[in-house]
Design a protein around this ligand. Structure first.
Ligand code: ZN
Length: 305
């Protein structure tokens, strides 16, 4: 019997931003064009449905991180066009007046003026001094600290570094309007939409494979339980932060997800799903702020696997 393949796409933000260093955002106008294109050319399926029953190729749409703009700009377009999507939410910033950690880092190093000319990180293992006198140097510092935070340290240590950075910057730590994430009430509104399903994406968005089992379990279980408490329903979908197999999640991660009641988990492995794919390693391909012509070309490429 012929079964279909699924191209899972992942987005992060639908917004127009002054700075978008990590290329996470698609403008609402372009997002609508992209959705219209998909609706006209493909069957669109829900992430959670049983794809083994498909007899033709299909597309699934997902969002990672849980930015407020998903609710503000993406969901109205998805509802208008009746396109289903799954939103994977990191729970750590909820009601905390905090941004996701890479946004905080951006705020600390790349936004505003009057910077102290160097930053000295106090840490027995990674202690280091960065020149922060020019924007170029600060960009360099941003990249260096981002790399260390993603690959080498625990969420606990990351928080400790953040406190040092805020003290160095001499500003009050708070979330900027443009980088707000979903609140508990926002999540409830989201989950009432017939086209949206909500999944978990850890508490504080670490690269899980770099954590020991205990810390992985805390990050995974706490985010699932928090969402279950807020939404009063079982959470069975998960997306691994950063999502690269072996680099960002491992066998242990998959095992913990299974133990926590997850039945399907999304990675960022660049491939198409087929009937032989592992439900705990659903491959996905990223979408950037592409105009409709470029999007069309990318979609054609993306089906080549
Ligand atoms: Zn993410």
């Amino acid at each position: 019997m012929k079964s279909g393949r699924v191209l899972s796409l992942y987005y992060h933000r639908v917004n127009v931003l002054e700075n978008d260093y990590n290329l996470l955002s698609v403008s609402p106008v372009r997002f609508r064009q992209q959705m219209l294109y998909l609706k006209q050319h493909y069957q669109i399926v829900r992430f959670e449905e049983d794809w083994n029953a498909l007899d033709s190729d299909a597309v699934a749409i997902t969002f990672d991180d849980g930015y407020l703009d998903n609710l503000q700009y993406a969901v109205p377009i998805l509802e208008e066009l009746e396109i289903p999507a799954t939103i994977f939410v990191s729970t750590g910033t909820m009601e905390q007046d905090r941004e996701l950690w890479w946004d905080e880092l951006e705020s600390l190093l790349l936004v505003g003026g009057s910077f102290t000319p160097f930053f000295a990180l106090e840490d027995e293992e990674f202690g280091c001094r960065w020149d922060t006198s020019t924007w170029e140097y600060r960009k360099n510092c941003y990249k260096g600290i981002h790399y260390l935070m993603k690959n080498f340290i625990t969420p606990e240590k990351r928080e400790c570094w953040m406190r040092q950075l805020w003290e160095w910057r001499g500003q009050r730590r708070k979330a900027r309007e443009c980088n707000l994430t979903l609140s508990m009430d926002d999540c409830r509104i989201l989950s009432k939409s017939a086209i949206v399903s909500v999944g978990a994406h850890t508490v504080s968005h670490p690269s899980l494979a770099n954590l020991d089992r205990r810390n992985q379990e805390i990050e995974i279980r706490a985010s699932i339980e928090r969402l279950e408490h807020i939404l009063q329903k079982k959470i069975t979908l998960f997306s691994y932060p950063f999502g690269v197999p072996k680099t960002d999640f491992n066998e242990e991660t998959v095992q913990i997800c299974r133990e926590c009641g997850i039945v399907k988990a999304a990675s960022t492995e660049f491939a198409l799903w087929n009937a032989k794919s592992d439900p705990y390693r659903i491959p996905r391909k990223v979408v950037r702020d592409w105009g409709v012509r470029e999007f069309e070309r990318k979609m054609q490429d993306y089906w080549k696997d």
